[in-house]
Design a protein around this ligand. Structure first.
Ligand code: HSE
Length: 429
């Protein structure tokens, strides 16, 4: 009989419920690759009511007391799938101090307290794995840490929030309003419990902080990420972008320049020819530019019970193998580099400006004058048919620095009668 490896599971929600299911469905293969029989022996539930409900779904010992799991000496790995910061952080801290290995999908926690938890895991010779924290079912962290270990990554671009990608897709293909698309994403269960984190770009920013650690070895504070969500995007913007040959997507970008990195989350205009433009609905994708491989893209479901639970179980399997080989206590990501941020005058891109202005002679002259003063040249110009009073005007610049973009934005905002509707970065194919 094979050695048993016992798991304590914290949370039996969407992803938590998927873990015993994946372990059971792929039991034979998992047992073959690990040489162990892996079972969830105890699960933490919220209260007596949930205990009653889950006892009818799972043949697992259920408890409402975390100490029952942390003090169980037979449990080697604790899988945290409660989410958010507390009580998850306290539970993981206690578990690591008791010598338990940890698997978690908690992006909020890893992005904000990852350094502290990784150090605690090291001090206690424990493993801490979190593949499912970024892009659910896509094995992106392991790919960067292992398969691209020999490469020099220059840029990571991601559609890493399924909710907003779903919303933008529906706003284009089915002409849904922002509100309709959000309600549907919530109904389908992709959205966070508080969808503010999705639509304001916070969820994507957490994931970009973690991706930046893996790709560049740099620990970025959330405050150092330039974050903008999709609240300001209207069906009008989506239509203008499409006329100019672009799709609007919420893009997380982490780019190395001048020895530093710039990390940003914002709606961007993605050229129809760019591989990220074809990512639809709630799917995620991470596009990497690196010196050796060149361009590569990793695509798949970013949420959902089975895809995310599959990533969680792959972490459990990694730890099981480490236990067998006696190699636990190494970091998931061993690449560390001094953190340096790129200055705005060393970050380059093309930008889209959409402006509403009076429909009378001389208005575009004002715009061209301030653009010329900032040394910014136009690549594309588009004026929509106006109502005779106000005209909507959109332009895409040639490549400029972020500092130039900010200067132009400031100057446009100063012109009386002009309303700057949006400034968005442009990704060419
Ligand atoms: N709310 C997240 C999303 C779920 O929409 O992508 C996965 O982190």
């Amino acid at each position: 009989m094979k050695e048993k490896l016992k798991i304590g599971l914290l949370g039996l929600g969407t992803v938590g419920s998927g873990v015993p299911t994946i372990l059971a469905e792929h039991r034979e293969k998992i047992s073959q690759v690990t040489g162990m029989d892996i079972v969830v022996s105890k699960a933490l539930v919220r209260d007596e009511k949930e205990k009653q409900y889950q006892s009818e779904r799972f043949d697992i010992e259920l408890t409402t007391d975390i100490e029952d799991i942390i003090n169980d000496e037979e449990i080697s790995i604790i899988v945290e799938l409660i989410g958010k910061i507390e009580p998850a952080k306290t539970y993981i801290t206690k578990a690591l101090e008791s010598g338990k290995h940890i698997v978690t999908a908690n992006k909020d926690l890893l992005a904000q307290h990852g350094g502290e938890l990784v150090a605690l895991a090291q001090r206690n010779h424990c493993d801490l794995y979190y593949e499912a924290s970024v892009a659910g079912g896509i094995p992106i962290l392991r790919t960067i840490a292992n398969s691209l270990a020999a490469d020099d990554i220059q840029k990571v671009l991601g559609i890493v929030n399924g909710t907003t990608n779903y919303m933008l897709t529906k706003m284009v293909s089915e002409k849904q309003t922002y509100e309709e698309a959000l309600a549907k994403a919530q109904e389908l269960g992709f959205a966070e419990s508080d969808p503010t984190n999705d639509v304001d770009g916070i969820d994507a920013a957490y994931k970009m902080v973690i991706l930046s650690q893996f790709a560049f070895g740099m620990n970025i504070d959330l405050k150092q990420v330039d974050i903008r969500g999709i609240r300001g995007i209207s069906s009008d913007d989506v239509a203008i972008a499409s006329q100019l040959g672009y799709e609007i997507k919420l893009i997380g970008s982490s780019e190395k320049n001048d020895g530093g990195i710039a990390v940003e989350v914002a709606p961007m205009l993605v050229a129809a020819a760019h591989p990220l433009a074809s990512i639809r609905d709630e799917f995620n994708a991470v596009f990497i530019y690196s010196a050796g491989v060149g361009e590569s893209m990793y695509y798949g479901p970013g949420a959902g019970a089975k895809p995310t639970a599959t990533s969680v179980v792959s972490d459990i399997i990694t730890i099981a193998k480490n236990i067998r080989l006696g190699t636990t206590g190494h970091m998931f990501n061993e690449y560390q580099h001094d953190t340096k941020l790129t200055a705005n005058d060393a970050i380059f891109g093309k930008y889209y400006f959409s402006i509403e202005m009076p429909d009378k002679p001389g208005q575009i002259l004002k715009l061209t004058k301030l653009m010329a003063e900032a040394n910014v040249s136009f690549d594309q110009l588009l004026q929509q048919k106006s109502d005779g009073m106000r005209a909507k005007f959109a332009t895409i610049t040639h490549t400029i620095s972020k500092a130039q973009m900010l200067e132009v934005t400031k100057q446009i905002e100063k012109i009386a009668d002009f309303e700057l509707l949006n400034t968005l970065k442009v990704l060419e194919g």
